[in-house]
Design a protein around this ligand. Sequence first.
Ligand code: SF4
Ligand code: SF4
Length: 499
Amino acid sequence: MNRIRNIYFRGSLRSCNYQCSYCSFGKKIGETDKERDQQAHSLFYDNIAQWIDPLRIMLIPYGEGLIHTYYQEAMIRLSLLSHVEGISCQTNLSFQPSSFIKRIQAHHATIAKIKLWASFHPEMTSIDTFIEKVHQLYYAGIELCVGVVGSRRNKDTIAVLRQKLDKRIYLFINALQGGSDLLHTDDISFFTSIDPFFLSDYKNAKADISRCSGGRDTIFVNHKGNVHPCPRNPVKIGDITDRESFVKPVCPRERCDCYIGYSNLPDTRLSRMMGKGILFRIPEKRKIEAIFFDIDGTLTDSTGRISGSCKEAVELLSETVPLYLATALPLLPAKRRLGNLFHLFTGGVFADGAHIHYQDNDVYIPLKPIPDIQKKGCEVREYIAGQHIIYKYVLKMPSAEQTRTVMKTLENQDYNLHHQGVFLAITAKKAGKKSGLETICRKEHINLKNVVAIGNTAQDSSMLSAVGYPCAVLDAEDTLKQMAGYILNPDHLPLFFKS
Ligand code: SF4
Ligand code: SF4
């Protein structure tokens, strides 16, 4: 028998109290509709109650269920089953959060097992009303994701929604497929900057039942108890009342064209980043002990500016987890670059790893002086600690060609060389962001497995290879993205990590 871990369930409800212009379920609530749905939930509950193995359940009604008392009760009852690890429900959040929270408490249910997938409908409610409800639920202990349709005309609304939403709550953007509102490159960049998974939704995925977990780990159950690999797959594989009889799934579809479909494909970056929260569309928050940030192109954008949302994320993260810098910049320029954010960092690795600063300690990796001949015809900047220790040179050569020539003569010697155009940075071979990060973690008793390092160029790759959570920013160099476990910007970190 298959080891089912995740179940999508849809009862027979086909009605909603909202009336969104593009939806056929609006304003159609009838008593028979509710009664039939109640029966479907009872049948589903009776079957799930006999289950033994751990399960996660996602309720996906056609329309809005949680405005009905019986629906809230059905969700809470399922959460009370000891083998149900978590249960979520798609909702427009039009119900009263306080009544729902009281009902959960009255049943002595574990609030952390209850989650929500809340969609914002700008035609039907205001941002402030919606956000107030989201936060009321979240601060009461109910994890949720918030979603909105990614149309071009919604961009301003989405920006405000993200800005007002707690930075720890994931805002997903559903790509509008087809239609006349075609997205341009800057729209896609904008949506991706809000939702790092936007491209997965925009491109979705080719259906591939040989890889799909639908019908194996994950099933969809409808109001009759019929079991399908996913809600989009019309081919029945069995009945919920007889789990032994499930047949091998097949799939006639060409594409997994929505999150509930493509999230069934294993070993994708989405599945790795979402972790155990994939069914609920809520990123699993990994426990961490420290974060190391590159500065240029990571904390700052291409103009050298740190965005408001990045600042807020750094401030939020600094409240619970030690933050460090890992930068090519020496300490003083790094301090100037970060302005009033600098004091939020506990220490760091500066000057390409030639200067390590933590608590009140400063460790410099001395550099063998370079022969005078190499300095001829160029501007030389020496970084010196105390009176004597040179730990970094930056040469500005008359041309990029000459930079390459000098590099060649210094290759295979005791130096690390980094060049960019006419600039050549030289540090000792032993210096590096990776070794600096490892030194700090060793001294501070931080487990490298619980460390996040985030950067943007191939130069950051060795540092990323040392930690449990290597991250590349959205517009990082491709080589770094390929080896990073997470592709996200610093302002997305609170969605994925906690102390
Ligand atoms: S809230 Fe959802 S189900 Fe209700 S009318 Fe709008 S789109 Fe349809
Ligand atoms: S459409 Fe559904 S069943 Fe088919 S491959 Fe995609 S997720 Fe699997």
